[in-house]
Ligand binder design. Structure first.
Ligand code: NAD
Length: 442
């Protein structure tokens, strides 16, 4: 078992992982349902199938990604051949959240294994069925000294964080991200922090309102709004609001029917704590659609809130649930005043047919990533780095960037011996003018 140096071994274990995931796909989907009634379609699309596709892509490309990369040498070092070696960090800790509990534990695990690390994964305690099946699959696939799953809550997480690691990959809330960063700082351990934020969704007067409503409803209410890149709030041009709300309501009913609590396509809130937090966010006098809640069933229906105050609970923190506040603007200054009230978000969405308006917003505001005329889908392109900026996160992954995240990039200059230019060596006397000329020329 030489996972550090033997790429064949890494590939072989990843193929075994693929086999075990495919074999257990039904059980994984069932575990996700048992945890919070994640609809089968969403479980396959955003969890099992996403992981399988990531795994296949990694197996296909691992040899290419792991190979030392030859880069153009610097003339200053002539003659040389220069390389970047990808070195595994060593012992890696992955701490994952509950909202996409399979995908967000497995995708970093796949990349960390591909890059040649020894891996410990701590999945979320809030999704015990999914965590158990992750542990079972990992146990069946990997040697215990290569990859292990440690199940448990905050206490277990803190115990792990007290150890010395070579890399920590954390996905979760901003507040816990700070705890992880502090623990990592103790040993100067490098980190990726995949966090959250309040993601704006701007809709201007040129937008195709009906299509915008359809795509926003999908991105907001998938996983019952418990998605880190879900649109958090709408900022719509004032004159368009009434029509837009009509379209939003139509699309919600089209997607989930009139009895949404009976729909097999709408998930539940993860636990009582989050249900209570969300229930308290709903300003009852500002509801324009939805607002039905059932504590015993951890159900909150898709809920539209009209013009809440910026000081209200729903506008103070990340919502992370099926509540959508709709705010309006008249001038670009109004947009600016709202967006800059918050930390840099993880995602930003613009619905507009006006390219220069969309481009202006993309360049003006700092955010992790996003989309024009859609929501959430930027996540699915392996060639786009996924991550936050500022308080929404540090680092980015997906595709080859995931492999690179778990590798130290080691620079090597291999110097030729057939020529040894004397210029750089002491004594420097009389050499300054010539070296300046050479540096200018370079
Ligand atoms: P969380 O921060 O509460 O928990 C994440 C992990 O940290 C869990 O494994 C948990 O056991 C552990 N943890 C919790 N409290 C801890 C503590 N005090 N000390 C040490 N470890 C602790 O997050 P969550 O509720 O599971 O997930 C929701 C949050 O995650 C949202 O803010 C969401 O935006 C964010 N998120 C981000 C991404 C992303 O890719 N950027 C993806 C999913 C979720």
């Amino acid at each position: 078992m030489d996972y550090k140096n033997d790429i064949g071994y890494r590939k072989q274990t990843l193929k075994k992982l693929l086999y075990n995931i495919q074999k257990n796909e039904d059980l994984i989907v069932k575990a996700l349902y048992d945890d919070f009634k994640k609809p089968e379609f969403e479980a396959v699309l955003t969890e099992t199938n996403y992981v399988i596709s990531d795994l296949k892509d990694t197996i296909k490309n691992i040899s290419k990604w792991a190979k030392p990369k030859r880069v153009f040498p610097s003339l200053l070092n002539f003659p040389s051949t220069d390389y970047i070696y990808k070195e595994p960090y060593g012992r890696v800790l992955i701490i994952s959240p509950w909202n996409y509990p399979f995908q967000l534990a497995l995708c970093p695990l796949i990349a960390a294994v591909a890059a040649g690390n020894k891996v410990t994964v701590k999945p979320s305690e809030l999704t015990p069925h999914t965590s158990a099946i992750i542990a079972k699959i990992v146990e069946k696939t990997f040697h215990i000294n290569h990859v292990e799953v440690v199940e448990g809550g905050v206490e277990v997480s803190n115990k792990l964080l007290a150890e010395r690691w070579d890399y920590i990959f954390f996905t979760g809330s901003v507040s816990v991200g700070k705890i992880v960063a502090k623990a990592a700082a103790e040993n100067l351990t490098p980190v990726t922090l995949e966090l959250g934020g309040k993601n704006p969704c701007v809709v201007d007067e040129s937008a195709d309102l009906k299509l915008a409503a359809k795509r926003i409803v999908w991105g907001k209410f998938i996983n019952a709004g418990q998605t880190c890149i879900a649109p958090d709030y709408i900022l719509i041009q004032k004159n368009m609001k009434v029509n837009f709300i009509t379209f939003l309501i139509e699309e919600i009913i089209k997607a989930y029917g009139k009895k949404i609590d009976k729909s097999p396509d709408f998930a539940r809130i993860i636990n009582t704590k989050n249900w209570v937090r969300l229930d308290q966010m709903i300003e009852r006098d500002k509801i324009i659609f939805g607002g039905e809640t059932n504590h015993d069933k951890l159900y909150i229906s898709p809920t539209l809130i009209e013009e809440p105050s910026l000081e209200s609970a729903v506008m103070r923190e990340e919502i992370f649930g099926p509540i959508l506040p709709i705010l309006t603007y008249e001038t670009e200054n109004d947009i600016h005043n709202i967006i800059t009230k918050y930390e840099k978000p993880l995602a930003f969405y613009i619905f507009s047919e006006n390219n220069s308006f969309a481009k202006k917003l993309i360049q003006k505001y700092s955010f992790g990533g996003g989309a024009v005329n859609d929501t959430v889908i930027h996540f699915s392109n392996k060639r786009l780095p996924f991550g936050g900026v500022g308080q929404s996160g540090i680092g980015a992954y997906h595709g080859q960037m995931s492999f690179d995240t778990f590798s130290h990039h080691k620079s090597i200059v291999k110097k030729g011996n057939w020529l040894d230019l004397p210029m750089r060596y002491a004594p420097y006397k009389d050499k300054l003018a010539s070296i300046k000329r050479i540096l200018d020329w370079l």
